[in-house]
Every structure is written in structure tokens, then in C-alpha cells.
Write a protein that binds this ligand. Structure first.
Ligand code: ZN
Length: 371
């Protein structure tokens, strides 16, 4: 398995300037290559592959004199930039957004292959043409891991490094604990089929309120003024804070779940939640649930927990007691079955249906819900 460890960097003043120069070169390479790809397409309907571009970059870089400022970006780091552009193009071909030029504020990370222009020694990270940067190892590096990739990040609060570390696979047998189904929702984040639930944390509301105030302040500041720049920095810091605490929260929730249950049934987000709440897709809420499923999957195996994804169609309408469809609007929070007299919280009923679907209990599956 590959795990990412993030650490804070404390570059000195001249190192910061050198890092900025590396980012500047990487951004230049990205934009320049994008312009070239667009030109080839518009003039002769030709796609330029990553392989070609990578070769061009290598030749061009080798021909440059040592003092060309673009040479601060090393060969493989440049290739990573080209790979990133390739990914954006591939996403575009699959229906994503058209690749766009990156402004200074939109280019905030550079990747290195470990050992090629970068190396960790003690609490120092060497980066070619930058120096030996101080890393704060707030948790130690794993002893049996191999660093594969190094990703340098510029955030509002400072500089960071993400180390992608390969760890030996640790297979754990099924932990033998009970099975559960989980419904994801709006009013309540998660409802479990055993009746427990996870709610939106209160800090989120407070942080979002602070963010709104900061955004209003920013909107009032005069263009180009020093105070506007300060306000923008404040907004960026708050965004980062919300993202960090949200991540933290989901880490805790998923760790708890995989350690408490032996099998977890969840709904397919793409088929359920996002369809049910179209106006919300791409919202922060959505992203939160996406992060939840992603973390759950990545933690399950080593905890001996099985995660099964089911089609959530009809799971909120069907009765978990007898399988009969009981139509109800979104505003109806209680499931009341006229057939078997089951009275249950709406989301808990859905969670129980997801549970049945996931673990294929032999008895009636809600109609239309079979994947
Ligand atoms: Zn019923």
C-alpha cells in the first residue's frame, strides 16, 4: 500500500525565493506546453502525446546554458508537470473541463521522483537548486517504508511536503465483528442500520460563518489595495482550515467504523446521493461524502473490514421490515409502513435496506433495488 505523509516545511528566506523560482518555471512549462498543444490541434488537428512532449522537454533543457532560469526545474520534475497536463487532457476527453492556463495563484504544487533531485536526511529535505529545507516531523517516518514521490505544496499557511511512501502489505483476516449498513444524508451525515448516527460537527458551522464574514470583507476592499491582499489571504487561510478540520473529522469517523464493524454496506454515491440532490452536486457536502467513501475504502482492508457498495435505488421508499414500497416525500422524516406497521426513522430504514442489499440476506429485497 502507498500512504501519503504530509509535513510542514520551514524554508529560510533565500530558500523560499528559490522555491518560488521552481514553481514559476513549472508553471511556465505547463502553460507553454498547453499553448503548444492547442496550436498543434488548431493548425493541423494533431494530438501531441506525453511521450513526444517529454522528449522535447529533455532535448530543450539539455541545450540550454546553465544560467537559463528555467533550468532550476529538474528533468523529472518537468516530466511530472507534463504528466499533469496529460491528465487534464485525458479528463477533458472524458467530458471534463477544457485545460486552462494557470495563473500564479492556481499553480501550487510541484512533484519529484524520490532520489532524483530530492532526498530526505534526518529532518532536512534536500531539493536540487533550492537547498536543505527544514521539515517538521510531527510524526516519525515509517521505518519499513520506501519514499516514492515527493510533492511540494504552497498553501496560504505556508509550505508543505507530501511524501508518498510505500509500505509492506499487512493482510489482516476478517475481524469477525458485526455487519452494518450506512445511509448518507443531508440533515444527518450518516445513519447506521443499528440505530447510531454521525452528525455534522458543530465546528463546521462556526468556521463556515467566519468564512462568510471574511468573504464579505474581501468583497468590500478596494481592488489592488494592500488591505484587499490581506483580506484575500485571510479567506484562503480559512478555506484551508475548513478543509483540514473536515479531513481530520472524516479520518476519525472512518477509523472508528472500520475498527468497530466487520462489514459495511454503503450506497453508490454516483447513483444515489448526487442524483437525489442534483442542485448540491459538486458542493462541499458532496466532497465531504466523497472523502468519506474514499477513506473508508482505503482503511478497510488493513482493519479486516469489508466494504460493499450497493445501488441505493428505492432504499428510502421500501420498507425494511416487509419489502413493500411506501412512497414518501423528502420532508417526511419517519417511515411508517401500513403493511407491517413498522415505524422507524426514515434514514435508519434506508440504512437497514442498504444493509440487506449489501449482505444479501435471503429474504425480500426491496423491489427495483437489486444491483
Ligand atoms: Zn413494512
Amino acid at each position: 500500500v502507498i500512504r501519503t505523509y504530509q509535513y510542514r516545511l520551514y524554508p529560510r528566506k533565500h530558500e523560499k525565493i528559490a522555491l518560488e523560482a521552481v514553481f514559476q518555471s513549472a508553471r511556465f512549462l505547463y502553460n507553454h506546453t498547453l499553448a503548444y498543444r492547442r496550436k498543434c490541434w488548431s493548425e493541423s488537428r494533431q494530438h501531441v502525446s506525453y511521450k513526444e512532449l517529454s522528449g522535447m522537454w529533455r532535448d530543450w533543457r539539455n541545450e540550454q546554458p546553465d544560467d537559463n532560469p528555467l533550468r532550476v526545474l529538474n528533468m523529472t520534475a518537468g516530466q511530472q508537470v507534463l504528466r499533469r497536463l496529460e491528465k487534464t487532457y485525458n479528463a477533458f476527453f472524458r467530458g471534463g473541463g477544457f485545460p486552462r492556463f494557470k495563473g500564479r495563484d492556481r499553480f501550487n504544487s510541484v512533484d519529484y521522483t524520490y532520489g532524483d533531485g530530492c532526498k530526505v536526511t534526518g529532518n532536512r529535505l534536500y531539493i536540487q537548486n533550492v537547498g536543505d529545507l527544514k521539515i517538521k516531523l510531527h510524526r516519525p517516518l515509517p521505518e519499513n517504508g520506501t519514499i516514492k514521490m515527493v510533492n511540494i505544496k504552497r498553501k496560504a499557511s505556508g509550505w508543505y511536503v507530501n511524501l508518498q511512501i510505500e509500505l509492506p502489505n499487512r493482510r489482516v483476516l476478517h475481524n469477525g465483528q458485526s455487519l452494518v449498513g450506512i445511509d448518507m444524508g443531508l440533515s444527518r451525515l450518516l445513519t447506521l442500520s443499528d440505530g447510531t448516527w454521525v452528525d455534522n460537527p458543530r465546528w463546521l458551522k462556526t468556521s463556515l460563518a467566519k468564512l462568510r464574514v471574511a468573504q464579505r470583507t474581501l468583497a468590500r476592499r478596494k481592488m489592488g489595495s494592500k488591505r484587499r491582499r490581506k483580506a484575500r489571504h485571510q479567506v484562503a487561510l480559512l478555506h484551508e482550515h475548513v478543509a483540514n478540520t473536515r479531513r481530520d473529522f472524516w479520518h476519525k469517523v472512518t477509523t472508528y467504523l472500520v475498527n468497530t464493524y466487520g462489514g459495511i454496506g454503503i450506497e453508490d454515491l454516483k447513483l444515489g446521493f448526487m442524483l437525489k440532490n442534483k442542485h448540491l452536486s459538486q458542493s462541499a457536502h458532496d466532497a465531504g461524502l466523497g472523502l468519506f467513501t474514499q477513506l473508508l475504502h482505503s482503511k478497510a482492508e488493513s482493519a479486516g473490514c469489508v466494504v460493499l457498495v450497493v445501488n441505493p435505488k428505492n432504499t428510502s421508499q421500501a420498507c425494511s421490515g416487509c419489502g413493500v414500497t411506501v412512497p414518501k416525500a423528502l420532508s417526511v422524516r419517519v417511515h411508517h409502513c401500513p403493511h407491517c406497521n413498522l415505524v422507524l426513522d426514515r434514514d435508519e430504514n434506508a440504512a437497514r435496506n442498504i444493509f440487506h442489499l449489501a449482505f444479501k440476506s435471503a429474504w425480500t429485497v426491496p423491489s427495483g433495488a437489486v444491483t
